[in-house]
Design a protein around this ligand. Structure first.
Ligand code: HEM
Length: 470
C-alpha cells in the first residue's frame, strides 16, 4: 500500500520536545538569533515556537513573495493574548485580523489621522516641541555631556501626546500617561508564554503577568475615558481625539465607530509612534557621533542651506539629501521593529515549492533583509552615501529595505514619522556641534541593543553639545 506523500516543509533547525525551537532564541536578540539560524538553514525556515508553526523569511526576494506576490494570503495578524487584552479585543489597526473592520479603521487612519494634510496641520506643535528640546540642550551644554536618550524620549512622547490629545493634559495626567506607556511597552516587549504554548496560559496567572495586564488595561481605559469626556465637553483644536469624535458623529463613510474603537485607535498611535520615532533619532545621533566625516557632511549641508537663519523649518528639509540618506542608512542598520509586524497565513499556500500551512505565523526578518548580500555591499558599515543618487526608498517597493514593512499592512505612519525625525535631527545638527564624551573613541561607544518591542540602545547616549553660532 503506497504511503501517503508527506508535505514538503521548509528546512527547520533541530527541535526540542514541547518548546520546539524556542531555546534557540534565548540569550540573544530574536532578530539576531533568527539571522544566525538563517545563515545555516536558508532564507525560508520553519520553526516551532512552542506549539506555533512559524515561517521565518530572511531575504529580499522572499520578502517580496510574502509582502507582494502573496500579500493577500499573509495579510492577517496572529491572535495574541496580550493585544487582545490591552487593545479592546484588537479593535485597533495594528493587531486587528484581516477583514472588513481592519480595512475600515485602516482607511480611516490613512485618510483622516495620518494624511499629509493632517500631518501638516501639526507643524506648529512640532516646531514648539523641537524648540523646547533645543532650549533644554542649550541649558545643559556647559555642564557636561547631555543624556540625549532621555531628552529624545521626552520629546517623542510629548509630541505624540500633543498630537493625540491637544493641550488637555496637566502635569498629573502626563505623569500617569507616561507610566501607562512605559508599562505597555514593557508588557508588549516581554515573553507571554500563552502565545506559544496555549496550554500553559495559566502560567500567566501564576506569574502575576495577567494581573499586571489587567491593571494596565484598567489604567488606560480610565485615562482615555476621562480625556475623551473632556474633549466632548469642550470645542477644541483639531487633535486626533477631536477628529475621531467628529467622525463618530458624522458616521463617516457609513461606518460607525464605537467608543472602544476610538480608544483602541488612540492606543495604537502611542504604541506605534512614540518608541519607533525615538529609537530612530537615538541611533542616528549615535551613528553620526562615531562617524565624524558623515557628521561634518550632514552639518555642512544643513548650515549651507540655512545661511544665518535661526532654525530649520519643514520647508528647508526637501533640499537636505544627505540628511535623508543618513536617516535611511540608520533605518537600514537599526530598524526599530527588526521583525516587522507578525503576519498570519489566511490559507494554505506554497513558497518556492514548500508547503505553508494555514494559520502559520510569518515573520519577515527586516534586519536580515537589510543585510542581504545580494543587494548590500559591506552591509555592516554605516555608509549614508549608498543612498545618494539611488532610488531606493522605504515606501514598500524595494524589498531589500523595508523598515516600515510593505504591502497591505505597510506602516501608515511613514509620513508622520519621517516629518518628525527630519525636523528634529536637522535642528539638533544645525544648532550644536556634537562630540563623544572626553577620552572616548568612536570604537568605545556602546552600540549594544536593548531588549524590547522597539530596539533602542542598551546604554543611554551621552554626548557633548557645543552651541553653534551661525
Ligand atoms: C520610524 C518610525 C516607524 C517605523 C520604523 C514603523 C514600522 C512599522 C512596521 C514594520 C509595521 C508593520 C508592517 C507590516 O506588518 O508589514 C508598522 C505598522 C504600523 N505602524 Fe508604524 N512605524 C513607525 C512609525 C509609525 C507612526 C509615527 C505611526 C502613527 C501613529 C505608525 C502607525 C502604524 C500602524 C497603525 C501600523 C499597523 C498597520 C496595519 O497593521 O495595517 N507607525 N509600522
Amino acid at each position: 500500500k503506497p504511503t501517503p506523500k508527506r508535505p514538503k516543509l521548509p528546512p527547520s533547525p533541530p527541535k526540542l520536545p514541547i518548546i520546539g525551537n524556542l531555546h534557540q532564541l534565548r540569550g540573544s536578540h530574536p532578530h539576531r538569533a533568527l539571522h544566525a539560524l538563517s545563515q545555516k538553514y536558508g532564507p525560508l525556515m520553519l520553526l516551532k515556537l512552542g506549539s506555533v508553526p512559524t515561517i521565518v523569511v530572511s531575504s529580499a526576494e522572499l520578502a517580496q513573495e510574502v509582502m507582494k506576490t502573496q500579500d493577500m494570503i499573509f495579510a492577517s495578524r496572529p491572535s495574541l493574548e496580550l493585544p487582545k487584552k490591552l487593545f479592546y479585543g484588537c479593535r485597533d489597526v495594528i493587531f486587528a485580523p484581516y477583514g472588513a473592520y481592519w480595512r475600515e479603521v485602516r482607511k480611516l487612519c490613512i485618510v483622516h489621522l495620518l494624511s499629509i494634510k493632517r500631518v501638516q496641520s501639526f507643524s506648529s506643535v512640532r516646531d514648539e516641541e523641537v524648540s523646547q528640546v533645543i532650549d533644554r540642550i542649550a541649558r545643559s551644554s556647559s555642564v557636561g555631556p547631555v543624556n540625549l536618550s532621555k531628552i529624545l524620549i521626552a520629546f517623542t512622547s510629548g509630541l505624540v501626546t500633543k498630537i493625540a490629545f491637544g493641550k488637555f493634559l496637566g502635569e498629573e495626567r502626563t505623569t500617569k500617561l507616561n507610566h501607562l506607556i512605559e508599562e505597555t511597552i514593557a508588557l508588549l516587549g516581554g515573553f507571554y508564554v500563552g502565545d506559544y504554548l496555549p496550554w500553559l496560559g495559566w502560567l500567566g496567572k501564576l506569574s502575576g503577568t495577567d494581573g499586571r495586564v489587567k491593571r494596565c488595561f484598567i489604567g488606560w481605559d480610565a485615562f482615555l475615558e476621562e480625556v475623551i469626556r473632556d474633549h466632548e465637553d469642550a470645542h477644541q483644536t483639531q487633535d486626533l481625539v477631536d477628529v475621531l469624535l467628529s467622525l463618530q458623529k458624522d458616521r463617516a463613510e457609513g461606518f460607525t465607530l464605537a467608543r472602544d474603537d476610538i480608544k483602541a485607535i488612540i492606543l495604537d498611535m502611542f504604541g506605534a509612534a512614540a518608541d519607533t520615532t525615538y529609537v530612530t533619532l537615538e541611533w542616528t545621533m549615535a551613528e553620526l557621533a562615531r562617524s565624524p566625516k558623515a557628521l561634518k557632511r550632514v552639518q555642512d549641508e544643513i548650515r549651507e542651506i540655512l545661511g544665518n537663519r535661526s532654525k530649520v523649518t519643514e520647508d528647508d528639509i526637501s533640499k537636505m539629501n544627505y540628511l535623508k540618506a543618513v536617516i535611511k542608512e540608520t533605518l537600514r542598520l537599526h530598524p526599530p521593529s527588526p521583525l516587522g509586524g507578525p503576519r498570519e497565513s489566511l490559507e494554505e499556500t506554497k513558497i518556492r515549492g514548500y508547503e505553508i500551512p494555514k494559520k502559520a505565523r510569518i515573520i519577515v526578518n527586516v534586519f536580515s533583509v537589510a543585510r542581504d548580500p545580494e543587494f548590500w555591499e559591506e552591509a555592516h558599515e554605516f555608509r549614508p552615501e549608498r543612498f545618494l543618487n539611488s532610488q531606493i526608498d522605504f515606501k514598500g517597493n524595494d524589498f531589500q529595505f523595508i523598515p516600515f514593512g510593505a504591502g497591505r499592512r505597510i506602516c501608515p505612519g511613514i509620513h508622520l514619522a519621517t516629518t518628525t525625525i527630519e525636523l528634529a535631527l536637522a535642528n539638533l545638527l544645525y544648532k550644536f556641534d556634537w562630540k563623544l564624551p572626553d577620552n572616548m573613541s568612536p570604537e568605545d561607544l556602546d552600540m549594544a541593543e536593548a531588549f524590547g518591542i522597539s530596539t533602542a540602545m542598551k546604554s543611554n547616549l551621552l554626548l557633548h553639545s557645543i552651541p553653534y553660532k551661525p
